[in-house]
Design a protein around this ligand. Sequence first.
Ligand SMILES: [Zn+2]
Length: 268
Amino acid sequence: MIDIIVISILGLSIGSFINVVRYRLPRGESIVFPNSYCPSCKRPLNFYENIPCLSWIFLQGKCKTCKQKIPLIYPFVELLFLLIFNLNNYSSFIFSPNYILNLILLSIFSSFIFLLAIIDYENLKVPVRLLNIGLLIGLGVNLTLPFLESGLTFKWLGLYHICSALIGFFFLESIILLLYLLTGKYAFGSGDSRVFALIGAWLGFKYIFISFAISIYLGGLFSIVGLITKKIKRTDKIPFVPFIAIGAYLSIFSGQKFLFPSLINNLM
Ligand SMILES: [Zn+2]
């Protein structure tokens, strides 16, 4: 019970920080200074206006001074990270046999992919700098772990993950090129290939294909339902990173057994 409470508080706090990053980064603002403020009247927030979820409920979703509505995405993101951090406990992906270290790494990875998903959802593009930082941390983790845990058998883990990142990038770039040659249109955003590079760097290349397959299913389903219900138009740009993030996240639960297991296992 105590672990659920600790993990939930951590999830809410990281979710609150993710809110700062997803708001400020696309606007070119510093994520460290100044302290949180109301985007409408620019008044700095008191500590009790900064408590994840609870403040939103106490303030009834409005700024105390200017009464401007606080968008629902704030408590949504905080609750999303509460959920993700708790679910990480049940992931089947193993970065490290050390339980706490494994949970921390799962949390960092899931924070990155869902932060990218939220930014893409709001802006239809993701900052390359953020993608590069996520990729480098993933490679750093996988290059360092074999030295920390000598008991592990994967000696070539570091090289494996560097290759996986390259495979992720060129896999989607070649699909983009192929679709461009066939249709004359760019089917994905330019950041999408880098998201797959990031997934390769963190998880290894098998997970690129699993994430891709799930994201295509989900993205396709979303588009079809959206078109039928007339919620989206044929010409609308649809953010794809949210589907990649969900795909990558689902893949770390059932791992390689999730989709076409024999094909994936034969590749290894
Ligand atoms: Zn205000």
